[in-house]
Design a protein around this ligand. Structure first.
Ligand code: ATP
Ligand code: MG
Length: 345
């Protein structure tokens, strides 16, 4: 079926929103039908467990010792759906679970995780690769809540477009993080560009953030489709932000999951939902992550549940797959290098 037909189908489904019943939803999306205890249930995995990174696309898998970090890419189709707030507060939630966490702001166009964290960041990723040649430990800042923030550089349109020596330098610095952390969270830029497709394809877990708005939902599906086209085994989970009810989040997931199943023959897991909560905006104004400013707020509780679910799931995945796998950033470097290499004739 043509792409336009798929998009139309999704739009039709979005329009059908009001008419849908929970019973319909349950029969159409078995992966999301299990009862949930909270706004952010244990993610419903597209597969039983995270696959080792050696699965990635067309990359050759070197026998590297696995850096221990589990890499979570936070992405979206439409901008402004809450990625940075999710990334920052998930970092806080995981740190509160005694995990070592680094948040790398890879939104090279409009990096602003430092603003939401309320930290002063004298240096950023640009200083790693620029003439200043700063070290990673010089640019990393201690963020409130107990995680390391690697501030992003503004104005680099696409990491994939960096000159090869700069990219190599960047990658070699970022590789250090993996051995030092349990979780590395990537706050990516909105939309579908080559860097986001690479991050999502290489990450252990991708949280595709959307709101219930039809435009955000169609754009989220567009991202899902682009990532799966490049990396059919990508670990994609939908996280529905700013929901009015838990049911609304489930329905949004079911719509996307159903279309992905039908047209892409792939599963998209459900990472849960985060309520529309005024404390989020209030905490952004205060420049304090909402999990710290309003720890008992509805959004904070939902992100706390998501963090706990991710910890449980990664522990299970490590039990199943063992501790060895290729490093994320090293793989990313190879991905970008392969993309640059002219195709063999
Ligand atoms: N659960 C929520 N409830 C209420 N407001 C929210 C919620 N999540 C995010 N917001 C609001 O949405 C706005 C955008 O959030 P954020 O900057 O995290 O989005 P983003 O996806 O990172 O944007 P960009 O695509 O520009 O990087 C913020 O003003 C924030 O206050
Ligand atoms: Mg953002």
């Amino acid at each position: 079926m043509a792409v336009a037909d798929q998009a139309q189908r999704l739009r039709d489904l979005v329009r059908d929103d009001a008419a849908r019943t929970e019973a319909d939803a349950k029969t159409q999306a078995p992966t999301a039908a299990r009862p949930v205890r909270s706004q952010a249930p244990s993610p419903t995995p597209p597969r039983p467990a995270a696959a080792p990174r050696s699965r990635q696309g067309n990359e050759s898998a070197p026998a590297e010792v696995r850096p221990k970090a589990h890499v979570i890419a936070v992405a979206s189709g439409k901008g402004g759906v809450g990625k940075t707030n999710v990334a920052v507060n998930l970092a806080v939630a995981l740190a509160q679970l005694r995990k070592k966490v680094a948040l790398v702001d890879v939104d090279m166009g409009l990096a602003n995780a430092d603003v939401i964290c309320g930290v002063k960041a004298p240096y950023n990723l640009a200083h790693l690769i620029g003439p200043q040649k700063r070290k990673l430990r010089e640019i990393a800042v201690d963020a409130p809540g107990g995680f390391k923030l690697i501030p992003g550089a503004n104005g680099i349109s696409d990491m994939a477009d960096l000159p090869a020596p700069m990219l190599e330098r960047l990658i070699s610095h970022l590789t250090q993080i993996e051995s030092q952390c349990d979780f590395v969270i990537l706050d990516t830029s909105a939309g579908i560009n080559s860097a986001v497709i690479a991050f999502a394809g290489m990450a252990d877990t991708v949280l595709v953030v959307t709101t219930p708005e039809p435009t955000a939902v169609t754009d989220a599906y567009g991202l899902v489709k682009s990532v799966l086209k490049r990396t059919p085994l990508a670990n994609l989970y939908l996280l529905v932000n700013q929901v009015e009810s838990e049911l609304q989040g489930k329905e949004v997931h079911q719509r996307i999951a159903m279309v992905a199943r039908r047209f892409l023959q792939r599963e998209v897991g459900f990472a849960g939902s985060i309520p529309l909560d005024r404390s989020v905006g209030a905490s952004v104004i205060r420049r304090v992550p909402f999990c710290l400013a309003f720890p008992n707020g509805r959004a904070s509780l939902a992100v706390g549940h998501l963090g706990a679910a991710l910890v449980r799931r990664t522990a299970r995945a490590d039990e199943l797959t063992g501790p060895s796998r290729a490093g994320f950033f090293a793989g990313l470097g190879r991905w970008f290098a392969a993309a640059r290499r002219p195709a063999a004739t």
